[in-house]
Design a binder for this molecule. Structure first.
Ligand code: NBP
Length: 478
């Protein structure tokens, strides 16, 4: 065969990735279960590059140069297993099967192991950036063996987004499921970022009394500073949009029930298993869930509580500046939590993920792309063993400068009855981490009282239990 790579599964993502490969000078074999899609791709875009249209699995495999690089872009789940089972018997030792779908990293680990036993590389690849990214340059997060990356990496570099300094947004994240794991955390951070921006909007609307158009302007201004990011940019677009049918701000005619496809939930479920406090991501998932409970919300609508108090123009502008500080500080916290999860996953599965390299490939192409990610890359480059982003010198200084405003915003939100679970959880995380003593000591006392779960002491090694039902003397429990 002559094709450098093949793509099977030609819905919007697969089609756009195949076009991206072709536009970058690579001959691409294309295949889809329903052959009409394959023909449509070549009919519509055949002039963009060199495609080899294949109707059957055998034809597709035969079209690929060796080692074969076969990329699967089908609906994540059972379809992925079905496609693997269809192709694996046709492949030879050293061939590389790539799954670019949104697979759960545990599935990727299982598939990698099964194919490795058959001498075939399996590479789970996180692809972010949606349809547009797939076509013009996504952020790409490949897992799998280092050997497979040698054969695959240079091709992915051709189609990846470029960071502002020109580096392609792709790196070998780590073995087996590391790529899909990191993509999952990316999506969790995306949920948290979106929630924080939504809270900032809510506060500017309810407390500062700004209109959606005015908030769009505010966000555009913020987007020229340290909050410069794709999500702030598109938020301004959405807020500035007017509904054609009613002439109302678009945001006011959209039903306020947020949906989710599940990657944020995976992030939180996995974080619970790993014991990582990703409260910002969890609050974002819960906020979407709460918004969808229409009956619960309807029956709770009259519950007592304060409403927003009107601010004069000057106070409103001052408050808006404070919200920018609160948003930035909370954003630092949610990335801190997300990178903690990356580190915990890396340790649990022995992946040796380089957090600075992850920050670097999120700088362009993906949904959370932002100027801020270059700062995170720098923080890890300066101190590779950085235990937490919060302890980076620059982030620490920025939070020190932002925190009075951050606290004021959270306090105002509480006083005026505006829900800010993201801002509040971020602040609580920050204060908990910096505390000398946590009430966890009391929690341990309670656990020992009702369940004899034992506790450790600050002054001596070992586990202890107090005879709560007896004379309350202490016994060593080891
Ligand atoms: P879909 O997720 O809608 O999947 C449609 C494709 O899967 C079609 O090519 C379809 O073939 C194929 N397929 C199915 Br369904 N069952 C199959 C089976 N049993 N055997 C063979 N092929 C089967 O496509 P998409 O939206 O392009 O997404 C592709 C992957 O990329 C997904 O895993 C998705 O989660 C991931 N992803 C999507 C985005 C995004 O923004 N949409 C971003 C990042 C990642 P047919 O034509 O014969 O029905």
């Amino acid at each position: 065969g002559t094709a450098r790579i093949g793509v099977t599964g030609l819905a919007v993502m697969g089609r756009n990735l195949a076009r991206n490969f072709a536009r970058n000078g690579l001959t691409v074999a294309v295949h889809n279960r329903t052959a009409s899609r394959t023909r449509a791709l070549v009919d519509d875009f055949g002039d963009e590059g060199s495609f080899v249209a294949c109707e059957s699995a055998e034809e597709f495999v035969a079209a690929l140069e060796r080692p074969r690089r076969l990329m699967i872009m089908v609906k994540a789940g059972d379809a992925t297993d079905a496609v693997i089972e269809e192709f694996a018997p046709l492949l030879e030792e050293g061939d590389i099967v790539i799954d670019g779908g949104n697979a759960h990293f545990a599935d990727t680990r299982r598939r990698e192991k099964a194919l490795r036993e058959r001498g075939i590389h399996f590479v789970g690849v996180g692809v972010s950036g949606g349809e547009e990214g797939a076509l013009n340059g996504p952020s790409i997060m490949p897992g799998g063996s280092a050997a497979s990356y040698e054969a695959l990496g240079p091709l992915l570099e051709r189609i990846a987004a470029r960071a502002p300094d020109g580096t392609p947004c792709v790196t070998h994240v780590g073995p087996d499921g590391a790529g899909h794991f990191v993509k999952m955390v990316h999506n969790g951070i995306e949920y948290a970022d979106m929630q924080l921006i939504a809270e900032a909007y809510h506060l500017l609307r309810a407390v500062a009394g700004y209109s959606p158009a005015r908030i769009a302007e505010t966000f555009r201004t913020w987007n020229t500073g340290r909050l410069d990011s794709y999500l702030i940019e598109i938020t301004a677009e959405v807020l500035a949009h007017t509904d054609a049918a009613t002439g109302e701000p678009f945001v006011d005619v959209v039903a306020d029930r947020a949906e989710q496809k599940g990657t944020g939930r995976w992030t939180v479920q996995t974080a619970l298993d790993l014991g990582v406090p990703v409260s910002g991501i969890a609050e974002a998932v819960f906020a979407r869930s709460l918004s969808g409970h229409a009956e619960l919300r309807e029956s709770s609508r009259g519950l007592p509580g304060p409403g927003p108090a009107a601010l004069d123009e000057e106070a409103a502008a001052r408050f808006a500046d404070r919200v920018e500080q609160a948003l930035y500080a909370s954003k630092i916290v949610s990335y801190t939590q997300g990178f903690h999860q990356v580190r915990a996953g890396s340790e649990e599965y022995g992946w040796e993920v380089d957090p600075g390299a992850v920050a670097a490939i999120w700088r362009a192409g993906c949904i959370i792309r932002a100027a801020f990610l270059d700062r995170i890359r720098e923080a890890y480059d300066t101190r590779p063993g950085l235990p937490s982003l919060l302890t980076d010198k620059l982030f620490r200084e920025e939070i020190a400068a932002a925190q009075d405003d951050w606290r004021e915003v959270v306090a105002t939100a509480a006083r005026q009855g505006v829900p800010t679970p993201g801002f509040s959880a971020a602040l609580a995380y920050y204060d908990a981490l910096r505390a000398d003593r946590l009430p966890a000591a009391l929690t341990q006392g309670q656990r020992d009282f009702f369940g004899a779960h034992t506790y450790r002491r600050t002054d001596r090694e070992g586990a202890f239990h107090t005879l709560w039902a007896g004379d309350r003397s202490e016994v060593a429990a080891d």
